[in-house]
Design a protein around this ligand. Structure first.
Ligand SMILES: [Zn+2]
Ligand SMILES: [Zn+2]
Length: 304
């Protein structure tokens, strides 16, 4: 079968649009869609230094690969930020992988460790957690967020880009919905509004399986092994549920994404009025202290 756009052989059939694409046209379509998302939500400003949070997984390495190509004819520069949680074996492998990938594509790379910033590794902080209701992934996520902000400041980064895709976006919405956290739904708008620590997700309109296919077909060496502390629970159930719906109703994830945008922008108007400044770190939040600072306090950890 021939590609819809050229004479090459089809390697990918995009069910939700009916397109049949060759290798080259598939990759170009992902790059184009990422660029379109960036401009639609004004994610990157002219002259920005963009710091890509690179874990070594398929999403973040593909994002770095694509932003590098987009940066060649746009006015922004790139840095890579990697966080070392101090997970022996798992993180060491990813660090080597990210280091060699960054030097291959010519992107300056900074590594920041929990040990250095908080005086503790993930393993140690999991041992001291008192409230068993906090999962290892949420503790780690909170420490990582703060560590990335620290790295961004060190490198002079204006905007932090993460590899979250459309699937992650929908899963997060459902988790917030199920936990009754409508404030968080108001913060889901893809257009960055925070003046401090601007954060963007240029893959928020791209299906996870398409990013995986991009990584495979562009020979991006990524870490496929899962974190040994992984305990995502309900997220995995929601992920499987959405994938099975998509299988019999192609495009259903896109529809849901569009609905979330509308709901989020309505809620944003309400949440926006309640914004305060965290008394510990100065980021925008709805309480007196932000969720990151609250977790650091409950773990007995200081500010980096
Ligand atoms: Zn083609
Ligand atoms: Zn704070």
């Amino acid at each position: 079968m021939k590609c819809n756009y050229c004479e090459n052989t089809v390697v990918y059939s995009r069910k939700y649009s009916g397109e049949n694409l060759c290798l080259d046209c598939f990759s170009k379509s992902i790059i184009r869609k990422t660029a379109k998302t960036i401009s639609k939500y004004r994610m990157i400003r002219s002259g920005d230094m963009v710091g890509v949070a690179v874990s070594g997984g398929k999403d973040s390495l593909s994002l770095l690969h694509i932003l590098k190509q987009i940066s060649l004819n746009h006015n922004f520069t790139l840095r890579a930020i990697t966080i070392d949680e101090g997970i022996p074996g798992y993180r060491d492998e990813a660090l080597d992988l990210v280091r060699s990938f960054c030097s291959k594509i010519g992107v300056e790379h900074g590594v920041y460790s929990y040990k250095h910033l908080f005086g503790t590794t993930l393993k140690q902080s999991l041992e001291i957690r008192e409230n068993e209701k906090i999962s290892s992934c949420s503790i780690c996520g909170i420490l990582r967020r703060r560590a990335i902000d620290f790295g961004a400041k060190e490198l002079g980064v204006d905007t932090v880009a993460t590899g979250h895709n459309l699937d992650d976006f929908i899963q997060t919405f459902i988790i917030n919905l199920l936990s009754g956290d409508t404030n968080k739904i108001g913060w889901m708008d893809p257009e960055p509004t925070n003046k401090t620590a601007r954060r963007i997700k240029p893959f928020c309109e791209i299906y996870e399986n398409e990013i995986a296919f991009y990584a495979f077909t562009n020979n991006i060496p990524f870490q496929s092994e899962e974190c040994p502390h992984m305990s995502e629970g309900i997220r995995t159930e929601i992920r499987n549920f959405l994938n099975s719906l998509e299988k019999s109703h192609a495009g259903i994830k896109n529809n849901m994404y569009q609905s979330i945008l509308k709901i989020s922008s309505k809620l944003k108007e309400e949440t926006g009025k309640k914004w305060k400044i965290c008394s510990k770190c100065g980021t925008e939040c709805t309480g007196d202290t932000c969720s990151v600072c609250n977790t650091l306090l409950s773990l007995g950890l200081g500010q980096p």
